[in-house]
Design a protein around this ligand. Structure first.
Ligand code: AKG
Ligand code: FE2
Length: 216
């Protein structure tokens, strides 16, 4: 999917995550270790390209033109939100999940983690581990693609567990609509089929889902 050289170049921040995964969070924050603007910008550019390529394939899979999902998500106004998540060790795993099971609110998510496993996907009615693999990137189809496709694509259910002794860092990038953009089933997909989902201004969708209000 990527030009490999470019990928590796843009990933050295991620490798750094692996190396520093045992350093205390405060130290990470105070050292501003992630503030390598050049690398982050290059990573963001590559994620944008990858995101548009995959959304192109997904659009074609719906029998639509390549840009259909990208345009539905807001075209050039799509935003790429990078999060760095810190999961401290948890000696009693039965007490909590790092991230309880959920689907992502946005359009599509790209996730890289350090070498500590934790991400699990719900597949065939059971939770399966997404194994750490530093040659790849995890792609999660999220709510807005499900809604634009009128349910023909599912929003991938996932969760993150913690490790009893090791700290874990993960690095998802969420491709999401601008808060004022309205997303709903694509017009071409609701000619013969009834719309399964209401269109929402993304700001409102986020608010309703985060507060567990009914959506449709
Ligand atoms: O840390 C992970 O592997 C998953 C994080 C996640 O699912 C999220 O932030 O939405
Ligand atoms: Fe998630």
């Amino acid at each position: 999917l990527f030009n490999q050289d470019k990928l590796y170049k843009s990933l050295h921040v991620i490798n750094l995550c692996g190396l520093i995964s045992n350093i205390k969070y405060n130290k990470i924050k105070s050292d501003n270790i992630f503030c390598n603007r050049e690398v982050n910008e290059e990573y963001a550019r590559e994620i944008k390209k990858l995101s548009e390529k995959i959304m192109g394939w997904l659009s074609e899979g719906l029998g639509l033109h390549r840009d259909a999902l990208k345009e539905g998500l807001g075209g050039e106004k799509v935003e790429y939100l990078m999060k760095i998540i810190f999961y401290p060790p948890c000696p009693k795993l039965e007490l909590l999940y790092g991230a309880p099971h959920h689907t992502d609110l946005n359009g599509i998510t790209f996730l890289i983690a350090d070498e500590v496993d934790g991400l699990q996907a719900f597949q065939d009615n059971k939770w399966v581990d997404v194994k750490y693999d530093d040659s790849g990137i995890v792609v999660i189809i999220a709510d807005q693609i499900k809604r634009m496709s009128n349910g023909r694509y599912k929003s991938g259910e996932h969760r993150a567990t913690m490790d009893t002794v090791r700290t874990r860092l993960s690095w998802p990038v969420f491709a999401e609509p601008n808060l004022d953009h309205v997303v709903g089933p694509l017009a071409e997909l609701v000619i013969d089929d009834a719309p399964k989902y209401k269109p929402y201004v993304y700001r409102e969708y986020k608010f309703l889902k985060m507060n567990k209000f009914p959506l449709d």
